[in-house]
Design a protein around this ligand. Structure first.
Ligand SMILES: *Cc1c(COP(=O)(O)O)cnc(C)c1O
Length: 392
């Protein structure tokens, strides 16, 4: 089939930050200008104000801002009483950050495989990775929904393990415990972390991150580590690091936090349209939504059957539709982690997912015509495929 006019006109982004800025321009410009006028670029009033608002939103007493989501994980691990050689279980199908900081701190990362439908670790996959040296686990609420925290928290408490929640991708998701009690993603473990990298659900215009906790003493420790281990000015209690959120980023974040629920709803709407549009397409599996969590769709991640993933991605690319493979390699196969820290069973599910996953464009500014065009083209790929794996 030839290029229609609409195909040539499309300018679809995985995440469209320009369009979002233009919609919020008045609010953002005012916040940025006011920050520049005040001139307190580090630890200005904007940082405190934003941290307070985020604490209210998450219903957690302590929010400690820092420089990025990777630092947040590192500082969280530094604040817990861990010794070199202690094992920390991390998801093997994930962004590298958690595994990286575990290794950097002289701790031992141990891979946990994931569930084939949710892409996330479960109490069972964690149990398989657990040993007598395991002291902590990092779980990631991947692509926009929460892990099965009820069973993970029970498992961790039986084994006496710290749980750190990496919530870089699911800010605003709500977890429901079997008893009906609800909690915001990132506020159920001993420490929660997040990233405000521009493409994340709650994002700034550069780097940023934060940690959350219910524990006052731990909050003080996290704050101290992020500020050179300083207890009072020029008195350093422990070796820390320099990890700050800029006032300008905090000002942007405060504006965006006031729109977060609306942003998440906008992405959920796109996901609903995709689910509907792919209903009769047999060649793909749409993302599963767990019953215990809302899904804020940081990513809309398909599983493409029969080895057709790369061909579908090329087909879409030729039609100006971007897509991404999150993630192309399980962490145990990354060169940086090639020496097995402690051999565990091969993560069969993660290896398989790396060959089948494909994330489609999803963001707060997608137009109906763009969504329809993407649905049409994905379906067209399987129709033209002529195989039984295609659409009916
Ligand atoms: C983005 C991300 C991080 C790292 O955040 P940075 O701000 O880029 O350091 C960590 N974990 C997960 C799951 C992420 O998606």
């Amino acid at each position: 089939m030839g290029n229609s006019v609409s195909e040539l006109q499309v300018n679809i982004q995985m995440v469209d930050l320009q369009r979002q800025y233009h919609r919020l321009q008045n609010e953002i410009d005012a916040a940025l200008l006011a920050t520049v006028e005040k001139g307190q670029f580090i630890n200005g009033p904007e940082v405190k104000s934003f941290a307070g608002k985020l604490a209210d939103y998450l219903d957690v007493p302590y929010v400690i801002p820092c420089a990025n989501g990777t630092d947040a994980l590192q500082i969280a691990l530094m604040a817990l009483t861990l010794k070199p050689g202690d094992e920390v279980i991390v998801p093997v199908f994930c962004y590298v950050a958690a595994a990286e900081v575990v290794a950097l701190l002289g701790l031992t990362p141990v891979w946990a495989d994931v569930d084939p439908d949710t892409f996330m670790v479960t109490a069972d996959t964690l149990a398989k990775a657990c040993s007598s040296r395991t002291k902590a686990i990092v779980v990631a609420h991947l692509f926009g929904q929460c892990c099965d925290m009820d069973s993970i928290l029970s498992f961790a408490s039986r084994q006496n393990l710290y749980v750190i929640e990496d919530n870089a991708q699911s800010m605003g998701a709500v977890y429901r415990f079997p008893g009906g009690q609800t909690r915001m993603a990132g506020t159920m473990g001993v420490i929660g972390t997040t990233s405000f990298f521009p493409s994340k659900p709650l994002a700034c215009y550069g780097d940023g991150g934060a940690m959350f906790t219910h524990d006052q003493q731990l909050a003080n420790t996290l704050r101290m580590i992020a500020n050179h281990g300083q207890q009072s000015k020029y008195h350093h209690q422990r070796v820390g690091c320099n990890s700050r959120l800029d006032s300008i980023q905090a000002a942007v974040l405060e504006v965006k936090l006031s729109h977060l629920d609306e942003f998440n709803k906008a992405r959920q709407k796109v996901a609903d349209r995709y689910d509907e549009g792919f209903k009769r397409c047999k060649g793909i599996k749409v993302p599963q939504r767990t019953a215990s969590s809302t899904h804020v769709f940081h990513q809309y991640t398909l599983q493409v059957n029969n080895g057709k993933r790369d061909a579908l991605q090329q087909f879409l690319k030729r039609r100006n539709i971007p897509s991404m493979v999150y993630y192309p390699l399980p962490l145990n196969e990354q060169h940086a982690f090639r020496q097995a820290f402690r051999p565990v069973e091969k993560p069969e599910v993660a290896s398989q997912l790396c060959k089948t996953v494909l994330s489609l464009p999803i963001h707060t500014e997608m137009r109906e015509d763009e969504i329809q065009y993407i649905i049409q083209q994905v379906n067209a790929f399987f129709e033209s495929d002529g195989l039984q794996a295609g659409c009916e």
